[in-house]
Design a protein around this ligand. Structure first.
Ligand code: FES
Length: 122
């Protein structure tokens, strides 16, 4: 299988083609938070918590690392300001959504994302 080289957080990584950015990062010991991803299941890419920034300034964009394929020459930032701010916004959205849907609230509580009593409607 063909080898590719990508750069994640200024670290050059050589892997076989066919992996996602998340798989490559984890293999290199780089942590990317996930919620809906599980290695034994088909990636779904719905929570977007695993997003990362790809490209070089000024041409960068956010992609979902659990489904985005690793490619030769790809430059990835997992902890840029844009990534951190967007992850925070997604977390807040998840908590607000949980107020409407108690099952999600329970899930967030289980993950320690929210204090169930403080955000439950009275
Ligand atoms: S972990 Fe949920 S979209 Fe990637």
């Amino acid at each position: 299988m063909k080898k590719i080289t990508l750069n994640i957080d200024d670290k050059e990584i050589i892997v076989e083609e066919g992996m996602t950015i998340l798989q490559v990062a984890r293999g290199a010991g780089i942590d990317i938070p996930t919620l809906c991803y599980h290695e034994k299941l088909e990636p779904y890419g719905v929570c977007r918590l695993c997003l990362v920034e790809i490209g070089t300034p000024p041409k960068t964009r956010l992609v979902v690392s659990c489904v985005y394929p690793a490619a030769d020459g790809l430059v990835v930032k997992t902890k840029s300001e844009r990534v951190i701010q967007t992850r925070k916004m997604l977390s807040v959205q998840a908590i607000l959504l949980a107020i409407k849907f108690p099952i999600i609230l329970s899930f967030n509580f289980w993950l320690n994302l929210a204090n169930e009593r403080s955000i439950m409607p009275q």
